[in-house]
Structure formats: structure tokens, C-alpha cells
Design a protein around this ligand. Sequence first.
Ligand code: PMP
Length: 312
Amino acid sequence: MTTTHDSRTDIKWVSQNNKLVPYADAKISIMAPGLTFAALVFEGFRAYWNAERKDLLIFRMEDHLKRLEFSMALLELDDPPSLETFANDILETITANDFRDDTYIRLQVYVDEWGSMNSTGPVGSSVICRPRPRVANFQTGQKFIVSSWRRNGENASPSRMKASGNYLNSRLAGLDAKRQGAGGAIMLNDDGTVGEGPGGCVFILRDGVFITPDVTSNILESITRGTILDIGPSLGIPMVERRVGRTELYLAEEAFYCGTGQEIMPITAFDGKSVGAGEPGPLTRKLQTRFDNIVRGVTDDHSDWRTPVYKS
Ligand code: PMP
């Protein structure tokens, strides 16, 4: 996938261990268990530029912080920073960089310095913010495959936890898709039901109802997914969470992939079989428009989901 520019060059300041430091000076040890044993949990979310208000609006920051709290608890870290500290660090980091465009925020919490697989400290943390435009495939959609890699299970490496270790499974499926010339992958669970993709959840439309795998289907409890389940009914589009069989993907009238990275990205085929007419569907378009109006604060609805950076 191509990016429009290398956003590393735009990062002047990051927050490391709750202090602003120049990006080039932010380092961790090569023996940190966060690196050697993937003792690292993280969050990723977006802030949207509202040109009229000249403000950057962070989308569902509190919900992302709550998910981080859950991931940190499962990692059993010694005394990690509080959610309030993270919230302050995020505002401070964006402001220090003076970002005035759509921005991506990544939080990382890990075991730093030196230790074993079971070390629970010392805890390091970082907040990295960078410009991140919407993916081009938001408009055109992408073709997906069902990967032969299975989604990691609840009792092995739980997907509900946003841990870097889970992304090895994601990477294998992502590379599978790339090798097959597809834009994305869906992973099945061991029982053959649909799980999720490497970095997002899936929705399919059948008989006018959007269906998405339920939260016991080895998915990350995606905040974008939750947002769509919330806004769908308000547009008169019914939404259901349940187990989904592989062949239901092939029966879909419309489908999309969702998550912070892709937002709502149409899926135009599964395993070479067109979804509907093989083009983004009308209900997917309707959800995209409503989603964009909400995240960007074009509507006043759901104002509790947006945290203003510059005009709080
Ligand atoms: N599933 C996985 C595996 C992900 O990495 C992501 C991206 N964070 C999602 C789903 C979507 O989650 P969210 O909408 O909270 O970004």
C-alpha cells in the first residue's frame, strides 16, 4: 500500500515516560521485554480536523483509554501511568507539534530496560502523534481473501486485548493477502466462523440487515465497530451481532471493513467473488457519510465522542 508522504518527518515531539522529547531522542533498550517478548500493549485512534472551527477533534479518546486500561491489566504491569496522565500527554504532544490536519495517535505501554518474559516493570510508555490522511480505498473499496491463517483464540492470545503480540497473527494473514494480490484478509476461527481482519472488523449486508461477528468471535472490541452499531439504527439500517459463517461472506449484498485505520472501507469481493455489483454499496455509503459527519463534528450529535484539542 502506498502512503502519500512519509509522516515521520512531520513528528517533532513525542511523549516518552510522560515527558516531551524530540522524536529522534525517544529510545528503548534492545533488551526491553516490550521488544524481546512483546510485553507491549497499545492503542491507536484518530483526531479529525474541523476546518470551520479550526480545531482538531479526538475521536472517542475516553473509550480508547478504557480499552488500554483493560489491556494493561491483562499484561499485569507495575503501576502504569493513569488514564488522566495519558489524556494530558496526548493533548500536550499534539499541541507541541501544532498539528492542524487529520492526525493519528498511538499510545504504547511496555516493559522497558531489561528483564524476562514475566517481568512486570519497569514500565515505559510513549505517545506518538502524526499526520494521517484517510486511506484512498475509503472511496473505491478493496478486494479481500479469506486467509488460511486462523484468528488467535480467546484462550491462547486473546484478540480482545490490544497487544502487539497479536499482530504476528495479523501479519501472517496480511502477507497472505498481499501475496495473492488482494487488498485485505479475513481470518476464520478454529470452528470455521468469521473472526476479523488483521486490523479491522467486518460487516456484511444480508436481506437489508448488516451482520457483524459478535464479541466472542475472537475480535478486538473495535470502537469503530461499536460506533457503526450505534449509528446504523438511527439511519434506519438494522444491525445484528452474531456468529457468521464463511459462506455468508459470499452471499453478502454489501460489505465493509472497519477500524481506526480504514474507518469504513467497502469490500468489493471475497475470494474473487464479487460482493453485490462489485462496487461500494448504497448503505455503506450512507454509513460513511454519517460517520464522517460525526467524527469531524459537522453535526452536534454525539459531542461526547469528540475531545477538542485547541478550543477545549
Ligand atoms: N481489529 C483489530 C485486530 C485491530 O487492530 C483494529 C484496529 N485497532 C480493529 C479491529 C479496529 O478497532 P478500532 O475500531 O477500535 O480501531
